[in-house]
Design a protein around this ligand. Structure first.
Ligand SMILES: N[C@@H](CCC(=O)N[C@@H](CS)C(=O)NCC(=O)O)C(=O)O
Length: 216
């Protein structure tokens, strides 16, 4: 099976985390950022992640893909992911989105990630992403302020994880953790952000268990 991704993409990271944790082998296909046709041919839109199954069918939407992987491949273990709502985690994601964009958008394209192959990809990236944060230059200027906001978000994530028992050494992976982890990974692109120790330890453990890379 192939998973079409951008390395920076938090929604792709959700799928990669679950697959890595359950040791489900996926061939990662890094799509050049300015490439549209490949994705439109597969799922009718320029968006990743896209899973292409062994029968050639393609599906989009990170949560649908990860639930399908979790439930339909019994040789990689019993399903582990529940679908119960977690409004507090969804509200955290909502609050974290703009800081994630402000930290990530002006940085991810400078890290040599595989989706930024040439000038065309970089131009397309800035053209599509800058409007959400006014400009890359302004977001970079505001780094100190945004980094402090991110530290508060990480503290809040730490409380959510603790309340759910997810900081215990041997706790099983949950959907709420997958959602938090995938966003938090995007913040690894700015080294000046201060991380609460418990969140750092949890993140490093899940990173290792899922065989994923940090961004920096
Ligand atoms: N709801 C979708 C969201 C996917 C999504 O927004 N992917 C972003 C990358 S993080 C994308 O492909 N955006 C198109 C673009 O940047 O051109 C999911 O959960 O899979």
């Amino acid at each position: 099976m192939q998973l079409y991704i951008y390395d920076h993409c938090p929604f792709c990271a959700r799928v990669r985390m679950l697959a890595g944790y359950k040791k489900i082998p996926l061939e990662l296909v890094y799509v050049p950022y300015s490439e549209e046709k490949m994705l439109i041919d597969l799922v009718g839109k320029k968006a990743v992640p896209v899973l292409v199954k062994d029968d050639g069918t393609a599906s989009a939407e990170s949560l649908d893909i990860l639930l399908w992987l979790d439930r339909n491949l019994s040789r990689y273990g019993a399903p582990i992911i529940g679908t119960e709502e977690d409004a507090e985690v969804d509200s955290w994601l909502n609050d974290a989105l703009l800081p994630l964009q402000k930290i990530g958008y002006p940085r991810w394209s400078k890290l040599g990630l595989k989706e930024y192959v040439g000038e065309k990809d970089l131009k397309e990236w800035e053209g599509r992403k800058a409007p959400a944060i006014e400009s890359f230059a302004k977001a970079l200027d505001e780094t100190d302020r945004t980094a402090k906001e991110v530290t508060s978000l990480l503290e809040r994530a730490g409380s959510l994880l603790a309340e759910r028992g997810s900081l215990a050494a041997d706790s099983p992976l949950t959907m709420s953790e997958i959602k938090l982890f995938a966003f938090i990974r995007g913040f690894t692109s700015e080294p000046s952000i201060l991380w609460p120790e418990g969140v750092r330890q949890w993140f490093d453990k899940r990173l290792e268990q899922s065989g994923m890379n940090r961004l920096v």
